[in-house]
Design a protein. Structure first.
Length: 234
């Protein structure tokens, strides 16, 4: 039972950096228990270690385990190997450290979607570094005071925004840049973040049309368009 539960946790934790997550509606307060016979053969095989105790599990625990089994069935052999290694690493941690990680994971789940999106992008950039760079950055971060860490994170966020703006304007024809800048000047910081997330999520051949549509809007129309919460970008 513990092994299966930790496997689900490893899958969920691994998805923080690899996949965007969408908000899910809370489960009904009195959801019916999930019968073991209702699981298909693959799900029963994956969850075989909890078969004997399945009927005694709370419904939310059954739902979490089933979601984990469904994710597992969609993974490639390489992805499954990475999850197994995460599980082995997780299993070797002291109980106190596991509790800390669980607490951090729950805090992440309670964050607004835009903050979750920023954290996922930061994990993705961190994962793109070579092992030596990741080790050096991790050691540097651990040696910082809380104030220095906050300043570091704010600087990284600012640098990311600058990079996003450069990327956005790199495809704007010179003759249209002034008009585009003027259209964006009245946007709030959150509206600019929503613009970048929406723009980055679009296929490359649709980005220019989206930018031109925004430029042609009135300031009020742009504000209404960009106050919508965009889907998390991949």
């Amino acid at each position: 039972m513990i092994r299966a539960a930790l496997l689900v946790f490893a899958l969920a934790a691994g998805n923080l950096a690899a996949q965007p997550q969408t908000a899910t509606a809370p489960a009904p307060q009195r959801a019916a228990p999930i019968a073991w016979s209702s699981l298909n053969a693959d799900q029963q095989q994956i969850l075989d270690s909890v078969h004997a105790k399945w009927d005694q599990l709370p419904v939310p625990a059954q739902q979490r385990l089933l979601r984990g089994a469904q994710r597992w069935s969609t993974l490639t052999p390489e992805q499954r190997d990475r999850v197994r290694k995460r599980f082995e690493k997780w299993n070797s941690l002291p109980p106190e450290q596991r509790d800390q990680l669980r607490d951090r994971f729950e805090k992440f789940r309670r964050l607004p979607p835009e903050q979750q999106d920023r954290i996922r992008r930061a994990f993705k950039r961190f994962g793109a570094l070579d092992p030596g760079q990741r080790k050096q950055l991790r050691e540097k971060f651990e040696q910082m005071t809380p104030t220095e860490r906050q300043a570091f994170l704010m600087g990284a966020e600012a640098q990311n925004r600058v990079g996003a703006v450069r990327e956005f304007f790199s495809g704007v024809p010179e003759a249209e840049r002034r008009q585009t800048r003027q259209a964006l000047q009245s946007l709030t910081m959150e509206q600019r973040r929503n613009l970048m997330r929406t723009w980055r999520a679009l296929p490359a051949d649709q980005r220019d049309a989206y930018r031109r549509k925004l430029v042609q809007m009135t300031p009020e129309q742009r504000a209404m368009e960009l106050d919508k919460t965009p889907a998390a970008s991949p």
